[in-house]
Design a protein around this ligand. Structure first.
Ligand code: NAP
Length: 256
């Protein structure tokens, strides 16, 4: 039997085949999970449809802008109707206005700060609240984060502050939902060349820097994030909650 046989999951954040969410979704699917997917707006629907086509024609696909409470409610209603229960949720969603990811953090506007936190951090709270009533057999919620939450990474700016909120939110959610056997953890990934990453000024330099300075002397592969996502979703991680797991070729341990 595969690790996730009999589990139902939902994946937020597939934009295209390079998305970290897609790497984790493929790994969950390979291990036997039955998955639903959301997409933000019609623009991405076709991309996601094409990718999840590989999982069979009846895969549940739902629109969800995570800043809209009514769309979130619609997603969990539809998931409840289709699956009856839920075990896994992947939060792989982040956004900050482009001009906030260039230049100086000190110039972050009130609006850019609000949007970045709404999409990238508050959304985890809203999604966990929507998912929890369906996680009647316990569950695993996994969110994607980055080291810019704890150390200054030039240009990451307001997204680093939003990731700090996401990580703190993970701990509070883990405390609230623990009695229901729902675990909440973050994967802190090293840089991966995706659509969102290319919005960060100097991203290519970041990839080179990790290759030169991480103990493993390379960048993380999407399938390695898939493997960690599977571990966190599985019973092997049954006693792990509220944690930030670094999947970054060891970069986080370095002082110099
Ligand atoms: P990605 O493929 O561009 O995925 C980001 C996803 O967030 C997209 O599907 C995007 O949809 C979605 N999104 C943005 N605003 C949304 C909203 N209001 N409602 C619903 N969805 C929304 O990039 P990725 O790198 O895989 O990012 C996934 C996660 O990993 C993010 O949390 C990111 O911060 C994190 N992460 C990435 C790296 C990296 O180096 N790539 C490293 C560490 C952590 P749209 O395309 O429509 O905006």
């Amino acid at each position: 039997m595969s690790l996730l046989t009999g589990k139902f999951g939902i994946v937020f954040g597939v934009a295209n085949k390079r998305s970290i969410a897609w790497a984790i979704a493929q790994a969950w699917h390979r291990e036997g999970a039955k998955l639903a997917f959301t997409y933000q707006g019609e623009r991405l629907k076709e991309n996601v449809e094409e990718l999840v086509g590989a999982f069979g024609g009846d895969t549940l696909m739902l629109p969800c802008d995570v800043t809209k409470d009514e769309e979130i409610a619609g997603v969990f209603k539809a998931v409840g109707e289709k699956f009856g229960k839920l075990h896994l949720l992947l939060h792989s969603v982040a956004f900050a206005p482009k001009d906030a990811l260039e230049g100086e953090f000190v110039n972050t506007s009130r609006e850019a700060f609000r949007v970045a936190h709404d999409v990238s951090a508050y959304s985890l709270v809203a999604l966990a609240r929507g998912a929890a009533p369906l996680m009647t057999e316990g569950g695993s919620i996994v969110a994607m984060t980055y080291y810019g939450s704890e150390k200054v990474v030039p240009h990451y700016n307001v997204m680093g502050v939003a990731k700090a909120a996401l990580e703190a939110g993970t701990r509070y959610l883990a405390y609230d939902l623990g009695p229901k056997k729902i675990r909440v953890n973050c994967i802190s990934a090293g840089p991966v060349n995706t659509l969102a990453a290319r919005g960060i000024a100097g991203f290519t330099e970041m990839l080179k820097h990790y290759e030169a300075h991480s103990p493993l002397k390379r960048n993380v592969l999407p399938e390695e994030l898939g493997a960690t996502g599977t571990f966190l979703a599985s019973d092997g991680a049954a006693a792990i909650t509220g944690q930030v797991i670094y999947v970054d070729c060891g970069y986080q341990i370095m002082g110099m």
